[in-house]
Design a protein around this ligand. Structure first.
Ligand code: PLP
Length: 398
């Protein structure tokens, strides 16, 4: 007999709501933040410099610049790559809004190339087909933490003189072809947003191989002020700063950096738990024929930031949003990563991107569902999430 959905008055699978994700913050983080608050130095300072140093060393990156968000990192990466009006930047439509928004901020035009059907990562052949004489950069997005096919994307980009800027918001700690994400392409952008694998509340990091581009990003991140302007309130020789460019304001502060240092030290243990939960999901969902998890690509190491499944809605009497609503009523939080950017009202309406330019991404837009995943989840929490999905699918099976 089919269990009555909580949505229709039945008993929910869980009594207490299981959030889709929650940060893992402990006494180390609390103490580190308290120390900064008591130090008298709250903005960019010694903790930020240390976070940059430790992050770069851990990845093996030449430079790491701490910023206020991954969005800021992507924006400044485009400017460092000299992307501007008249240029085109290819990216994946299956991404967060900011990946495309920053291309517009830089004055360039986003070009959406289709994704691979099994990973929903940028398809190298589709990327190459989108290249024109105006293409200046490409932003591959490592969806759910799985690195894109960077060998092929890098090779195509080199052949066409296109700069690669990786959106690694979801991929801290991931690796591809034996190389850490953050050391593969000229510019890579990470996020420490509250839900990401390591968090500073809000924050981001840009890694970069070129001294010149790192310097430009530092300059643009702090109003375009001359070098080391963050030291301008320290004792010593008084040297008024100079404005060298009309920069932005997206530096990271020491409160965030103190959090980041603690989280980075815990990354490996977080990762082991994420890897284990994903392995368990794959086994537990094997019997549910209406769901297909995104592909894994061993030996590439995914950061396993999300657990995304593609729903076969043709076999259900409900669409993805109804399934998501029913899941939440069962007290299991879910997410959607992502609906294709070019289908959103601003991009489709104002900018006129038509349906049909990326059919596989458009197909996935209506079918992707992310199940709860974070290191603090117990096996029992995960069993509840799977039970809720099985219950909802059984109720909607056509
Ligand atoms: C979270 C995320 C971003 C934005 O990161 P912020 O640090 O919030 O600016 C960009 N791209 C992707 C793919 C993301 O998941």
């Amino acid at each position: 007999m089919k269990a009555n959905l909580a949505l229709h008055g039945g008993t929910p699978v869980r009594e207490k709501f299981l959030p889709f994700s929650r940060p893992t913050i402990g006494p180390e983080e609390e103490q580190a933040v308290l120390d900064v608050l008591r130090s008298g130095w709250l903005t960019t300072g010694p903790r930020t410099k240390e976070f940059e140093r430790v992050f770069a060393a851990r990845l093996g990156a030449r430079h790491a610049v701490a910023l206020s968000s991954c969005t800021a990192a992507l924006h400044l990466a485009l400017l460092a790559a000299e992307v501007g009006p008249g240029d085109e930047v290819v990216t994946s439509p299956i991404t967060f809004a900011s990946t495309a928004n920053v291309i517009l901020h830089a004055g360039a035009r986003p070009v959406f190339a289709d994704v691979e059907p099994d990973s929903l990562n940028l398809d190298p052949a589709a990327f190459e087909a989108c290249i024109t004489p105006r293409t200046r950069a490409v932003i591959p997005v490592h969806l759910a933490g799985l690195p894109c096919a960077m060998d092929r994307i890098g090779e195509i980009a080199r052949r066409h003189g296109v700069t690669v800027i990786e959106d690694a918001a979801q991929a801290v700690g991931a690796s591809h072809g034996g190389r850490m994400v953050g050391t593969i392409s000229p510019l890579t952008c990470f996020s420490f947003y509250a839900t990401k694998n390591i968090t500073t509340g809000e924050g981001g990091m840009l890694t970069c191989a070129s001294d010149e581009q790192a310097e430009k990003v530092r300059l643009l991140a702090l109003h375009g002020l001359s070098r080391d302007a963050w030291k301008r309130y320290e004792p010593g020789e008084f040297r008024p700063w100079k404005v060298l460019a009309p920069g932005y304001k997206c530096n990271m502060g020491d409160v965030q950096a103190a959090l980041g240092l603690c989280q980075l030290a815990r990354l490996e243990s977080f990762q082991e738990r994420r890897d284990r939960l994903v392995e368990r999901y794959r086994a537990l969902l094997a019997g549910l024929s209406e769901v297909r998890p995104l592909a894994a690509r061993p030996p590439a190491r995914s950061a396993n930031h999300l657990f995304v499944v593609v729903l076969e809605i043709e076999r259900l009497r409900a669409d993805r949003n109804q399934v998501a609503t029913a899941m939440q009523a069962e007290n299991v939080g879910v997410g959607v990563h992502f609906e294709a950017v070019h289908l959103h009202p601003y991009y489709a309406g104002e900018l006129g991107y038509p349906r049909g330019i990326a059919p596989r991404a458009e197909h996935a837009s209506e079918r992707v569902l992310s199940l709860p995943l974070c290191p603090s989840m117990s096996d029992a929490d995960q069993d509840d999430a799977v039970a809720a999905l099985a219950k909802v699918l059984a109720a909607y099976r056509a």
